[in-house]
Design a protein around this ligand. Structure first.
Ligand SMILES: [Zn+2]
Length: 219
């Protein structure tokens, strides 16, 4: 079993934030494609400004360079403000509390955390994590095996990066994405093929680093 973001082995990793600013991808990596479609905005529930920490922007631009000529990255989400993460979690928690008045607060918290990351564990709030997929050289979104942000239940666990219950073509596309991102030091969250990070706690865990260099950004 892979560690989840809430796993004590991940959470016990110390963070010494290096203080790098958040930079807009449209400025720091202007060649990247950003998903501004209504579908994506409706899915996210807010209008993102596609910002990441400075060194992460440089690295993701390098990933695109590696793919050049054949594929484009399509960025779905980057930095998510802590206030929005808190709102998502609290909203889900209150729905759960209303549906299950028999559960105590500790149980409710753990149940909610299975579906929405609690603000203290969330990775997008660090500006070190991003969600992305792959386009072909014509700019058409490729088959990666599931839709972006598919849940394990809805996809029969096909959202897990190493899933075998997807087509060979989709496996190939995941392999292309993985090779390019890993070559620039990114670590994947193995339960979600689209989620990658550099410098947060999950990255430190996956790359055996002593500590994380990016913690939550409060803006
Ligand atoms: Zn993500």
């Amino acid at each position: 079993m892979h560690a989840t973001v809430a796993d004590p082995r991940v959470q016990q990793i110390p963070v010494t934030d290096c203080g790098e600013p958040l930079i807009q991808l449209s400025i720091g990596a202007p060649d990247l494609r950003l998903d501004h479609t209504e579908t994506n905005l409706a899915h996210l529930g807010y209008t993102p400004d596609f910002r990441l920490r400075e060194a992460v922007v440089r690295r993701i631009a390098q990933v695109q360079t590696r793919l050049d000529g054949q594929y484009h990255l399509l960025i779905k989400e980057c930095y998510r403000p802590l206030a929005i993460q808190t709102l998502y979690f609290d909203h889900y928690l209150s729905r759960l509390r209303a549906a299950h008045p028999e559960l105590d607060e500790t149980t409710l918290y753990h149940e909610a955390a299975k579906y929405v990351a609690p603000p203290e564990y969330a990775t997008h709030v660090t500006g070190a994590a991003l969600d992305l997929t792959l386009l072909n050289h014509k700019g058409i979104e490729l088959d990666l095996g599931t839709v972006y942000d598919a849940s394990p239940g809805a996809s029969n666990n096909a959202c897990y990066t190493a899933a075998q219950n997807i087509s060979r073509e989709a496996q190939l596309h995941r392999a292309v994405l993985t090779a390019a991102l890993e070559a620039e030091g990114f670590i994947n969250y193995p339960y979600e093929w689209w989620h990658w990070s550099y410098g947060d706690k999950y990255w430190a865990y996956g790359s055996h680093a002593e500590q994380a260099v990016y913690g939550p950004v409060s803006t």
